[in-house]
Design a protein around this ligand. Structure first.
Ligand code: NAG
Ligand code: NAG
Ligand code: NAG
Ligand code: NAG
Ligand code: NAG
Ligand code: NAG
Length: 835
């Protein structure tokens, strides 16, 4: 694509950049195209050479060649005024195309300045712009002129920027840029504002910069920014300018090791701040608020930059930061974040959705922490619009006329889709065949249809790495039996790492050295084919850090074998009691609960239909070598609740001690049944004892019942794991107990969502870790009210009657349900309910 000239240009640019750089290692973009459109000569702005697109014409494909320039000197002076002197005009769809040497995030900048030329008044132009498959602008008219900046993760080796005139109009552009962005600038994760959870998946979002603001300081131009960004002053966004004052100390700014870098924001941004105009008055109590106009309906990434250039000692500045009305950084203390250092650069990311208003409000205000003088600071803000579900930033699709040259891609995509469909068909036929056979055997089995995006190419192909299977196909997560025999030393009994209702679980090593867990279904097992299929179905659709991943399966010779990633540290349960593992700290336990909650939250919300796990228990939460939690065992999972209504008579399934009493009563399955079971797990984690222990006196047998009794009397600390005694901060324990209690509410509607549980656990961890002076026991209650309004929705379940049922049984075996017939348990329960 890029000609010899392009390569030479690149080399020269690289050499130039290298020469001008000081010894300090600075980011050098691999791809850097700066184009001055419609110009006959190159234009230099700062250290950037904008190459004339008449000289470097190989980049542009356009049916006609119209260059215009200002006949007057009317362009007001600005950092890009030289670029604004000329423009290129398109009356039909036209495309700039650049070779991408290194995939990843790239800036795409478009420069528009609508001057009036002899035959064209650029102010009247309306047009659309797209980049590969992302629509950036739709029926856009440039108004007073602007720089539009996007950042797009380009994964193909070519980028096409297409200008398409609206009907009856024309398009124009004065300049454009495509430049590599450092990989670490935008990370995959951020905190989600409401509900307060975490957000993953930023790395494949296309973004549009809607605001980049230097608080308390002047404009920082592209020349003073290592990534050629422009930062504007904040005054025009301030709601009440009288509340804000400027602070500045550029020389004090330091960049921490392993934290924010000058590429995140330059010294001139971190070295100035807006602060409360509260000088000397210890009673000042107001917020400084900025409002940023945005488009309704889109999600936005908000990056807040901080650097405490106002304090003269650590731990004296505590403040709150609000996005919309959520307190996203309660009692925020920068020096604690930064190992006690002052004047150190720090930033943090949030994602929020503009649902109700076309303005995003950001406020800073004093916290209630006692010994701090009321003050609050903010050094910089960046707001980026995220693409919608169609990959669009304009709310519209890419116009059809600009999709023309995609035929090659189309053909390839067609072939790939064809192959996938064919494979799916084979699999569907296979399962339908199996199912028919099975149905004859067992009429009552549940069948969950294989959805079209089920067994997709996201599955690994570990099994094909060996010599045992023909290479070439990407869909080989179906493993030959022989390969599994080899991996498990022919199902060596001494390699068994677990036994469940489904059969035995073996440790195994694939021919490429990957450690795996191999679950071999017992052909006579109660939990039969349907569950085998469910598990493949679920795990092939859900890929998540906190869900155990499926590597392959085998169905040869009526085998039912599932191959998972190997989880070095076994089950959460084994770390809590009944084994020789060392006791885990409170922090470790919380992190595991948070991980598992993330996995379940993803199951409930990450897909168009909620998926209900149905068998949440500590034995189904596995731990990897870093004790990171992953939820396992999807054999009973269902999408719900709508599917369930057609299956009302489905036998109640799950594990005794964890079962939602409402599910027993009404046989209606919702996500809240998982929340109930998770609540039991929380108490199990806290108390480190089996959920059902028949050897104990009657009132203690059922953990859920026993723990709720102590929780309700406010004395939960009486029954916690002895190894945790004195190690849990009271706030943390109180919040944890409340969270578990809400999960165990009798009625599903009173239970929090998994997202709320997740947020609450994160807060429990913060309470454990926080180093708050004058331990603000009551503050934390206030804070949480502000942070998480939905917490007010939790009702204290006053109704006593129902979660009692379960404890009235005495089980003869251990708490693990594997061997127990659920229908027996169920009929007992029905009896007990009738009493
Ligand atoms: C414009 O810039 C390019 C790249 O720096 C260079 O190869 C070319 O010779 C320049 N053209 C003129 C006329 O200066
Ligand atoms: C770009 O996307 C690819 C594929 O989704 C991903 O692997 C990569 O990490 C992304 N790059 C960045 C810088 O986010
Ligand atoms: C703060 O600085 C900005 C930019 O330098 C200036 O426009 C503004 O008037 C200053 N505000 C105050 C309160 O001094
Ligand atoms: C921008 O950089 C120039 C030198 O390149 C410097 O003189 C000027 O003070 C800087 N401006 C700001 C706002 O930092
Ligand atoms: C600051 O703003 C937040 C969010 O809107 C609000 O809850 C809080 O009461 C405000 N604080 C003051 C002192 O006005
Ligand atoms: C943005 O587009 C990408 C594909 O380019 C898609 O995977 C992602 O889900 C989109 N984002 C949203 C919030 O829908």
């Amino acid at each position: 694509m890029m000609g010899f000239r392009g390569i030479k240009l690149l080399l020269i640019l690289n050499v130039l950049i290298l020469c001008f750089l000081s010894s300090r290692s600075q980011f050098v973009p691999v791809d850097r195209y700066s184009i001055d459109c419609g110009s006959a000569t190159n234009t230099t702005i700062g250290n950037r050479v904008f190459v004339s697109d008449s000289l470097a014409s190989s980049y542009l494909t356009t049916p006609q060649n119209v260059l215009v320039d200002t006949s007057s000197n009317s362009i007001p002076s600005s950092e890009y005024s030289q670029l604004y002197q000329t423009a290129r005009i398109f009356s039909q769809a036209s495309t700039y195309s650049f070779k991408i040497n290194q995939p990843g995030r790239h800036w795409i900048r478009l420069f528009f300045y609508p001057f009036s030329a002899s035959n064209y008044d650029l102010k009247t132009a309306t047009f659309s712009v797209s980049v590969n498959d992302h629509s950036l602008l739709s029926d856009f008219s440039s108004g007073e002129g602007s720089v539009k900046e996007y950042s797009v993760n380009l994964t193909s080796d070519n980028v096409e920027i297409t200008f398409t005139p609206s009907s009856g109009s024309f398009a124009f552009v004065n300049g454009l840029e495509v430049v590599s962005v450092p990989d670490l600038l935008i990370r995959d994760d951020a905190a989600y504002v409401t509900p307060p959870t975490s957000y993953h998946g930023l790395s494949n979002q296309a973004m549009e910069t809607v605001a980049r603001v230097n608080m308390g300081g002047p404009t920082v131009t592209s020349r003073n920014d290592s990534l050629s960004r422009t930062w504007v002053p904040d005054s025009r966004f301030l709601k009440n300018p009288n509340f804000a004052a400027n602070a500045s100390n550029l020389n004090a700014v330091r960049y921490p090791d392993g934290g924010a870098t000058p590429d995140d924001a330059p010294r001139s941004v971190y070295g100035t701040a807006a602060r409360m105009a509260s000088d000397g008055d210890p009673k000042s109590n107001f917020n400084v608020t900025w409002g940023f106009p945005v488009d309704l309906g889109f999600q936005y990434l908000i990056r807040l930059h901080f650097c405490d250039i106002v304090s003269d000692a650590p731990n004296v500045l505590y403040f709150n930061v609000y996005i919309q009305d959520s307190n996203v950084l309660p009692d925020f203390d920068l020096t604690t974040k930064l190992q006690g250092h002052l004047a150190t650069a720090y930033y943090t990311d949030f994602v929020t959705q503009a649902m109700k208003s076309d303005e995003i409000r950001i406020s800073i205000g004093p916290s209630n922490v006692n010994n701090a003088l009321p003050n609050a600071i903010l050094n910089g803000v960046e707001i980026m619009k995220l693409n919608d579900s169609d990959g669009s930033l304009s709310g519209k699709d890419v116009p059809t006329s600009s999709k023309k040259s995609k035929s090659n891609v189309g053909v390839i995509a067609g072939v790939v889709v064809g192959v996938v469909v064919a494979l799916l068909l084979v699999l569907v036929l296979f399962f339908v065949h199996k199912r028919k056979k099975q149905e004859r055997l067992n009429q009552s089995k549940i069948w969950i249809p294989l959805s079209t995006n089920g067994l997709s190419q996201t599955m690994g192909s570990k099994c094909s790495n060996g010599t045992t299977i023909s290479a070439g196909s990407n869909f080989n997560y179906r493993c030959p039996f022989a390969a599994i025999q080899e991996a498990t030393n022919n199902f060596d009994e001494s390699w068994v790492i677990g036994i469940g209702g489904f059969g035995k679980v073996y440790k195994g090593v694939l021919s490429d050295g990957t450690k795996v867990a191999v679950k071999r279904g017992n052909p006579k097992s109660q939990q039969g084919l349907a569950e085998f299929q469910t598990e493949i179905e679920m795990l092939s659709q859900f890929r998540h850090r906190h869900l155990v991943s499926l590597i392959g399966y085998c169905d040869e010779k009526s085998e039912m074998i599932l191959i998972y990633e190997y989880m070095e540290n076994g089950t959460l349960k084994s770390h809590l009691y009944g084994s020789s593992f060392p006791s885990m700290s409170w922090k470790q336990r919380l992190e595991i609960c948070i991980g598992a909650a993330r996995g379940l939250h993803y199951l409930h919300t990450g897909y168009s239909k909620a998926v209900i796990h149905r068998d949440v228990k500590s034995a189904n939460i596995l731990l990897d070598e870093n004790l990171m939690a992953k939820v396992a065992d999807f054999g009973l999972s269902k999408t719900g609740p709508e599917i369930d209504q057609t299956h009302v008579s489905t036998a109640v399934k799950g594990s005794f001690g964890y079962l939602d009493p409402e599910y027993f009563r009404r046989q209606q399955l919702t996500e809240k049944s998982d929340v109930y079971s998770f609540g039991v797990v929380l108490f199990e984690v806290l108390c480190a004892r089996p959920v059902i222990d028949p050897s104990l006196p009657r009132e203690k047998v059922n953990l859920a019942e026993w723990a709720m009794k102590w929780q309700k009397s406010g004395q939960l600390e009486q029954i916690i794991d002895v190894t945790l005694k004195g190690k849990i901060r009271p706030d943390s324990l109180r919040k944890f107990g409340e969270t578990a209690e809400k999960c165990l509410s009798d009625f599903g509607v009173d239970r929090p969502s998994m997202g709320d549980v997740l947020w609450n656990l994160e807060y429990v961890l913060q309470l454990q870790e926080a180093v708050l002076p004058n331990d603000p026991d009551e503050n934390s209650t206030n804070v949480i009210g502000e942070l998480s309004p939905q917490i007010h929705d939790f009702h204290t379940g006053g109704d006593e009657n129902s979660n009692t049922g379960m404890g009235q049984f005495e089980m003869s075996s251990n708490d693990d349900i594997s061997g127990v017939s659920m229908s027996k348990v169920f009929s007992q329960l029905v009896k007990s309910e009738g009493r």
